[in-house]
Design a protein around this ligand. Structure first.
Ligand code: DC
Length: 233
């Protein structure tokens, strides 16, 4: 049996709530791995668009997703698919506008959820997305629902995209977040929702450091109570 490396921290929440930044910094502090599951759904979307497969073409989509090998590098900040670094391409406006449609497909989710489970099952991981607390790790030791007001989320995302040199306006970003939230929360399979045992953190008025600190303290409490030691290199 493989010894458990640490707890599982599962973070869900709407688009642009700061899940990626928070999860990455938290993982660094805990010396855990960080996994951005949204990057996997985005990568599927990118490859489907390249291969001209519509989200309604389930059979081709399943074949495609099954042929994809996902690797995270650079502390989880870069994603390689079949050895190609697609970290930038998956953030394009086109992928952002189509990803929620591909994410609705049950067969796609089934494959990705299984892969995500295998990545994190031994613990020592911070995983974020839309269904980590509900479908991937319903037994996670720590569950967080990270949220913020739509306007604040849109503004933060705008700054992030402009810093990367993308030309986009606030209205566009806001519309994309709003549309994705609607689709992601109302789909039939694994919709975004708040579990009863999740801690809700509204980051509207918090700094990144503050939100990381809140979750870090919770994680430390749990690790202590379970008598696990956060592992150091
Ligand atoms: O985290 P993100 O905004 O990069 O995610 C992009 C899309 O991927 C999101 O709008 C819905 C989908 N997604 C999902 O359905 N389930 C997840 N666990 C993560 C993302």
């Amino acid at each position: 049996m493989i010894k458990k490396k640490g707890i599982i921290v599962a973070i869900d929440g709407p688009a642009g709530a700061g899940k990626s930044t928070t999860a990455r910094l938290l993982a660094e502090k805990l010396n855990y791995d960080y996994i951005d599951t949204g990057a996997m759904y985005r990568a599927v979307t990118l490859f489907a668009l390249r291969n001209d497969i519509k989200h309604t073409e389930t059979e081709q989509l399943v074949k495609l997703v099954s042929s994809l090998n996902f690797e995270f590098k650079n502390n989880g900040t870069e994603i390689f698919v079949n050895s190609e670094n697609v970290s930038e391409q998956i953030r394009s406006a086109e992928v952002s506008s189509k990803v929620s449609d591909y994410s609705k497909i049950a067969e796609v989710r089934e494959i990705l959820i299984q892969k995500q489970y295998e990545i994190g099952e031994h613990g020592g991981i911070v995983m974020e997305g839309r269904d980590i607390t509900t479908a991937v790790f319903p037994n996670a030791e720590l569950k967080i629902f990270l949220t913020a007001d739509l306007d604040v989320r849109a503004y933060r995302r705008l700054i992030e995209m402009r810093n990367k040199g993308q030309k986009i306006d606030l209205e566009n970003v806001r519309n994309n977040l709003e549309t994705r939230d609607k689709i992601d929360s109302s789909r039939d399979v694994n919709p975004l929702m708040i579990t009863e045992d999740s801690i809700i953190i509204d980051t509207t008025k918090l700094t990144v450091d503050q939100q990381v600190e809140i979750i870090y303290n919770k994680a430390k409490e749990i690790i202590k109570s379970l008598n696990l030691h956060s592992h150091h290199n």
